[in-house]
Design a protein around this ligand. Structure first.
Ligand code: NAD
Ligand code: WQD
Length: 339
């Protein structure tokens, strides 16, 4: 059984990937400092899988912890989720983001090279494209100057990995440029646990419907889109999880020990904010209290993925609809809120 180290494995995306790795016959090992997750996720994972996965509680900045993990386990690959991800916070505290997301990645890469761990899947983001010139956005589209330190850490992260791979040190890697992950495991045992007031659309919608927030503000209604609201590519977290399993299989199949690639991970379908609200109301049966408000600074107008590369390279495409994802987000919220 292949051991896969999952940094940030207790987080939103990481926890869903742990489930899929287990189901696909891998042995996931979690490294997390619980700075943005709760131990309760381990109970959720146990309820779904019946397993207690090996856990290292600690910081990716702690280089000797990686040495310990790689000495104690024969690790076949790493999926690197651990990072800070709040765009607004990154503007206020850029050094925190460069330290955690960039220095943390360097710490991991040093250890992987030293211990000859060959395969790395990196969590990147569609934020590297900014507002693309043509849609759907392909992997050939140029990256744009990042509009936040967070976005810059993803661009820099991709470049660092590419340089390390190019140095032919025995590392193969793929960077997955996620579009907008939403949804939860269909069991409602794990899901997203935003700390404080959510800045992302779907947790804000579900918390509003659950009565935790008074009303949702739609940020901008005069964009050049069919209904005036921004367009994004919302992907079910279970589909996203599958993409990681496929990425590991892909890396394993490649003999070239200096292989680097990057791929869009989205549905290929753009949805407006009002379409997301409509889909939520349909799949939940709830009516949402919302109003149209001013634009949010820094938002891109429209972005959705060209998905051909993921289909060809990873033999992967999404299976879930927007309605499925919002139904699962709502069921998870109801469980959290005791509804
Ligand atoms: P998350 O915050 O839920 O999960 C990240 C996990 O990493 C958390 O459990 C946190 O405790 C842990 N962590 C953070 N810093 C750490 C450190 N220094 N040492 C050890 N553990 C640490 O976030 P997520 O939504 O699951 O995102 C996972 C990855 O995907 C991140 O790299 C994020 O930037 C990227 N990403 C997320 C989105 C999104 O919208 N959720 C979109 C694109 C890319
Ligand atoms: C989606 C749409 C908002 C909240 C962010 C990061 C990006 C990536 C994914 C990590 C936008 C609108 C939102 C609200 C609203 N993360 N909205 N009212 O901005 O696409 O991307 O998460 O890599 O880097 O920037 O996602 O969920 O914040 O917003 O109208 O209360 O919903 O304006 O059009 P976004 P989001």
């Amino acid at each position: 059984m292949k051991n896969i180290l999952v940094t940030g494995g207790a987080g939103y995306i990481g926890s869903h990937v742990i489930v899929r790795l287990h189901e696909e016959g891998y042995n996931p090992i979690i490294l997390d400092d619980f700075s943005n997750s709760e131990k309760s996720v381990l109970n959720g994972l146990h309820k779904i899988t019946g397993k207690n996965f090996k856990l290292y509680e600690g910081d990716i900045l702690n280089r000797s912890l990686f040495d310990q993990i790689f000495n104690e386990n024969r690790i076949d690959g790493v999926i690197h989720f651990a990072a800070k991800k709040a765009v607004g916070e990154s503007v206020e505290k850029p050094l925190l983001y460069y330290k955690n997301n960039v220095s943390g990645l360097v710490s991991l890469l040093e250890a992987m090279v030293e211990h000859q761990v060959p395969n790395l899947v990196f969590s990147s983001s569609c934020t590297v494209y900014g507002q693309p010139d043509t849609l759907p956005v392909t992997e050939e589209s140029p990256t744009k100057p990042a509009n936040s330190p967070y976005g810059n850490t993803k661009q820099i992260g991709e470049e660092i990995i590419r340089d390390v791979v190019d140095a032919k040190v025995g590392l193969k890697s793929i960077a997955l440029r996620y579009f907008n992950p939403i949804g939860a495991h269909p069991s409602s045992e794990i899901g997203e646990l935003p700390l404080g007031v959510p800045s992302n659309l779907v947790p804000f919608i579900t918390q509003t419907a659950a009565g935790q927030r008074d009303s949702l503000t739609v940020f901008g209604s005069n964009y050049d889109t069919p209904d005036g609201t921004c367009i994004r590519d919302y992907i079910h977290v279970m589909d996203l999880a599958d993409a990681h399993v496929q990425s590991l299989k892909h890396l394993d199949s490649i003999e070239d020990l200096s292989h680097y690639d990057f791929v869009n991970i989205g549905t290929g379908i753009g949805s407006t904010v009002l379409e997301v609200i409509e889909s939520f109301e349909k799949s939940s049966g709830e009516s949402l209290n919302y109003s149209l408000g001013p634009r949010r600074p820094g938002d891109v107008e429209e972005i959705y993925a060209q998905v051909d590369k993921s289909i060809i390279l990873l033999e992967w495409k999404t299976k879930h609809s927007l309605d499925d994802a919002l139904r699962d987000s709502w069921n998870w919220q109801k469980k959290l809120s005791g509804i």
